[in-house]
Design a protein around this ligand. Structure first.
Ligand code: ADP
Ligand code: MG
Length: 491
């Protein structure tokens, strides 16, 4: 089948297929040996997307390569497609003979993998094709599930939401910069990435970059150290839209602030959109140069408050809809009455309840909700302490297995996920946090820790623990979750 299909495609479709292929390859290159990728995937590519069937077709030059490629990469392909394209899509494989003679749907994989390695290590990049390199590398930091259509607008975020939509429709001209601020877990990252996703969807050629401020600091420090400042600045030349998350982490980073000031001015004067998020308004930022703070307030400053009760309910209901689940209104109300200031925690509570429902094969009861709220540290009700979780809570120290289970429930993932090789963001974060907890609170050796999480070696455990310790200093969401888990450990 599909003999000369690619010849019928217009340029736009070919670019889309190639672009997805690039992103998929970059995604799986983090999990698989690059030699294997070269051997089996150099002549494989995406040959079609069926929007109605929700399928992406991957073509291989012959039966043998197809069988091998499928065997080795099947799981990673699926994961990659769901992450970089659409979470609802699956993958199909076909022999597509034209690939054996090369095709313009294929890209030079060697180059692609090298680019990825360079980008990950020293940020040196060739000057050719810098535009696609940038979107390939930084594009993967985007979470495709952060969209406008699954962001619940309420009185708490209406202004920010409308501003974000306006910016997505007219980047660079509506409000520049757009400065979003609010407490942790209220949707700043979601909203800013929704803008980025929408801009990219409207115009494939737009290069949108999402950088947590800590990453920006790292980029600039590295460039200064290796005398590569010019290269870095040139990279930004090719960026159309810049998203900087949690700008408060630029505090006291004088040199970074100076460089960012230049980058910002350049963007602003060229009418290229900048979107910034922060935990407080520009004026209240500490240890950030006044001239930078005044730049931040040049466009539009929008705050996001904690959602009111109705919005909390609407958020819970929208998350249930995505999961195709139902929980009675009274029970949702109970959750929403207690968890008021963090949407992430609302999601966590929902995940815990749904796992409970799945495990017990029974409808969720009021007792379940109280137990769940108590697990999350809310005093929801005095009285019966009869459920499992409450009993567990009253012990002084939980067993590690119990903590692992509770953390998995909180994130809505399974213990098997934690022990797998999956690199999905949520799973990796949970796994790394648990590795740290195992070391710090359960005094497990690194070998044992690696082993527990699916036979990984101790170097992996060292890396994971180092990584999460770093993130705990800079990522408010992770810090927040970690504190909840530590309370579980300590009982
Ligand atoms: P922040 O960056 O402000 O700390 P996030 O954007 O990471 O918060 O949001 C935390 C979680 O809550 C995310 O999973 C996000 O999808 C969800 N969330 C926050 N606000 C909303 C909302 N209004 N509607 C739907 N989901 C939301
Ligand atoms: Mg955030």
């Amino acid at each position: 089948m599909l003999i000369d299909m690619a010849q019928q495609y217009n340029e736009e479709k070919k670019t889309l297929l190639k672009d997805i292929r690039t992103k998929v390859i970059i995604h799986i290159s983090a999990q698989h040996d690059h030699k294997k990728i070269l051997t089996f995937l150099a002549k494989s590519g995406i040959i079609n997307i069926e929007e109605q069937e929700k399928k992406i077709y991957i073509g291989f030059p012959n039966d043998f390569v197809l069988a091998q490629g499928k065997k080795i990469f099947n799981k990673s392909f699926k994961e990659a497609v769901q992450q970089v394209y659409n979470p609802q899509f699956t993958v199909e494989y076909r022999v597509y003979q034209p690939f054996s003679n090369g095709s313009d749907l294929l890209l030079d994989l060697k180059k692609l993998l090298n680019i990825k390695e360079e980008a990950a290590s020293t940020r040196q990049s060739s000057e050719k094709n810098i535009k696609s390199e940038l979107s390939d590398y930084f594009g993967i930091l985007f979470d495709p599930s952060f969209r406008f259509d699954n962001f619940v607008a309420g009185a708490n975020n209406q202004f920010a939401f409308s501003a974000a939509k306006a910016v997505a429709e007219n980047p660079g001209t509506a409000y520049n910069p757009l400065f979003l601020y609010g407490n942790v877990g209220l949707g700043k990252t979601h909203l800013m990435q929704a803008i980025g996703n929408e801009i990219m969807q409207n115009d494939q050629h737009k290069v949108v970059i999402y950088l947590p401020a800590t990453k920006l600091v790292e980029e600039i420090v590295q460039s200064l150290r290796h005398n590569k400042m010019n290269t870095l600045m040139r990279k930004f030349d090719d960026v159309d839209v810049l998203l900087i998350d949690d700008i408060q982490f630029l505090a006291d980073k004088d040199k970074t602030q100076e460089v960012f000031h230049n980058i910002f001015n350049d963007f602003h004067s060229k009418k290229k959109q900048v979107i910034i998020s922060s935990d407080r308004p520009p004026k209240e930022l500490q240890h950030i140069e006044p001239r930078l703070k005044s730049r931040f307030a040049l466009g539009l400053v929008a705050d996001i408050h904690a959602p009111d009760f109705e919005t909390r309910i609407a958020i819970l209901e929208s998350k249930l809809e995505v999961k195709q689940e139902h929980i009675d209104f009274e029970l949702l109300s109970l959750v929403a009455q207690h968890i008021k200031s963090n949407v992430r925690e609302l999601e966590g509570a929902l995940n815990i309840l749904l796992t409970r429902k799945k495990l017990s094969c029974q409808e969720i009861t009021e007792e379940d909700v109280h137990a769940c709220l108590q697990t999350l540290g809310y005093q929801s009700k005095t009285g019966t302490q009869s459920t499992n979780t409450s009993e567990q809570n009253s012990k002084s120290l939980q067993s590690f297995d119990t903590i692992v289970e509770m953390v998995a429930n909180y994130y809505g993932i399974s213990v098997a996920d934690l022990k797998s090789d999956s690199r999905k963001k949520e799973i990796t974060t949970a796994r790394q946090i648990l590795m740290l907890i195992a070391k710090k609170y359960f005094k497990r050796t690194l070998e044992k820790i690696g082993d527990y999480f699916g036979g990984k070696n101790h170097a992996t455990a060292i890396y994971a623990i180092g990584n999460i310790e770093k993130k705990l200093k800079t990522d408010e969401n992770i810090k927040h979750d970690y504190q909840i888990f530590i309370e579980w450990v300590e009982g």
